[in-house]
Design a protein around this ligand. Structure first.
Ligand SMILES: Cc1cc2nc3c(=O)[nH]c(=O)nc-3n(C[C@H](O)[C@H](O)[C@H](O)COP(=O)(O)OP(=O)(O)OC[C@H]3O[C@@H](n4cnc5c(N)ncnc54)[C@H](O)[C@@H]3O)c2cc1C
Length: 327
């Protein structure tokens, strides 16, 4: 399978990932062993028969000796709890329930609520086309550049030749990523050396700056302050309006102590004239109007947009949209 399949870029987008999953399902005839649209409503273990009795929400029942529950830790979305949200007159979307049809944002007035990993990817993607974008932020996250790129034929060959080594390495690392922490402690090197190391990591693709950093940055506050300060300076350099930059710098946690969103020109979005950042800790949320105005919610890498978010087709006029980003 790995020999057959060529990934087009280092961090594949949703359509390509879906094509790959479908190919795997076809190649290994997996569909014949899967029953779709079947929600398990109850599972009871019978001690006397040593078996599970499973009931689906349509009432059908099954018995099985073994039950593996791969129901995911994050598969249940939290919908926005904003007073009046149900009477909002515009269109609204939750990233966990993204429509399969393309959504046209071109020229629209859009609000995104939440600046977690999904919010960040959404903002950087739709900012290219929207008429006006308002971002509602409660807690900023530390983000680092994804540096995605196409995979050329030669690199493809090298990757394929290296698969066994990659898998072996991932099995040995803390989070099953390819990066291993640097063996040095933060203050074992000079200030200049540390700065150069952080620059190198900031310029590399993926989670290296998080998982391949000095081994003590996530356990020593002073060590962590050095990388937090480095990334804060990057934000200040990339965002022209320094008041906005300060709002985008997290204050309540150190770099990497929460899931790190990876971004592609996310911070540059705030240099666009048609983008506004609203800190909801300063500006309490308002009840959405029944006609298009503002709605919604809360917040959580790769440069890939959320499920099926192709480029908007064409402008559909001035109707504004509310848009929720959660994760
Ligand atoms: C916002 C967000 C961004 C992420 N970004 C990335 C990323 O960029 N890269 C990455 O590698 N990982 C990412 N992850 C993590 C990745 O999505 C998860 O680790 C992965 O999907 C977990 O796979 P899983 O099969 O365990 O669970 P899931 O993919 O959650 O699948 C669980 C399935 O079980 C079903 N289910 C639940 N309850 C029942 C029931 N009672 N009966 C029947 N079915 C049920 C659900 O509908 C779901 O289809 C992200 C996760 C989130 C939430």
């Amino acid at each position: 399978m790995l020999e057959e399949w060529d990934w087009s870029e280092h961090f594949a987008g949703q359509p390509e990932t879906l094509r790959y999953l479908n190919l795997v399902a076809d190649k290994f005839s997996l569909r014949r062993d899967i029953q779709f649209r079947s929600r398990v409503a109850a599972a009871l273990y019978a001690e006397h028969t040593h078996s599970w009795h499973i009931t689906l929400d349509d009432g059908s029942r099954f018995s099985t000796r073994f039950l593996l529950t791969a129901i995911g830790p994050l598969s249940s979305p939290t919908m926005p709890r904003i007073e009046g949200v149900e009477t909002f007159g515009g269109q609204s979307f939750h990233t966990a329930r993204w429509p399969h049809e393309p959504v046209a944002f071109t020229g629209q007035r859009v609000a995104v609520i939440g600046t977690g990993a999904t919010g960040v990817q959404t903002i950087q993607t739709i900012a290219k086309d929207v008429g006006h974008l308002t971002v509602f932020q409660r807690t900023p996250n530390w983000c680092a550049p994804l540096h995605n790129s196409k995979i050329d034929a030669e690199t493809q060959k090298k990757i394929k030749a290296n698969y066994p080594e990659m898998f072996r390495r991932c099995q040995e690392t803390f989070a099953c990523f390819i990066h291993t922490p640097d063996r040095r402690r933060t203050f074992e090197v000079s200030d200049e050396e540390r700065e150069a190391f952080y620059e190198k990591l900031y310029a590399e693709p993926g989670f290296g700056i998080w998982q391949g950093n000095f081994r003590d940055i996530l356990i020593d506050r002073k060590a962590n302050a050095t990388i937090s300060d480095f990334v804060a300076r990057k934000i200040r350099q990339r965002v022209k309006n320094q008041q906005v930059a300060e709002k985008l710098i997290p204050r309540n946690h150190g770099f990497g102590t929460r899931r790190l969103p990876l971004e592609t020109f996310y911070y540059e979005v705030y240099n666009q004239d048609n983008v506004e950042l609203v800190d909801i800790t300063e500006t309490p949320s308002r009840q959405p109007a029944s006609r298009p105005a503002i709605a919604n919610t809360n917040s959580t890498s790769s440069s890939t947009p959320p499920a099926s978010m192709p480029s908007p087709a064409a402008s559909t006029g001035s109707t504004s949209r509310a848009w929720t980003a959660c994760g």
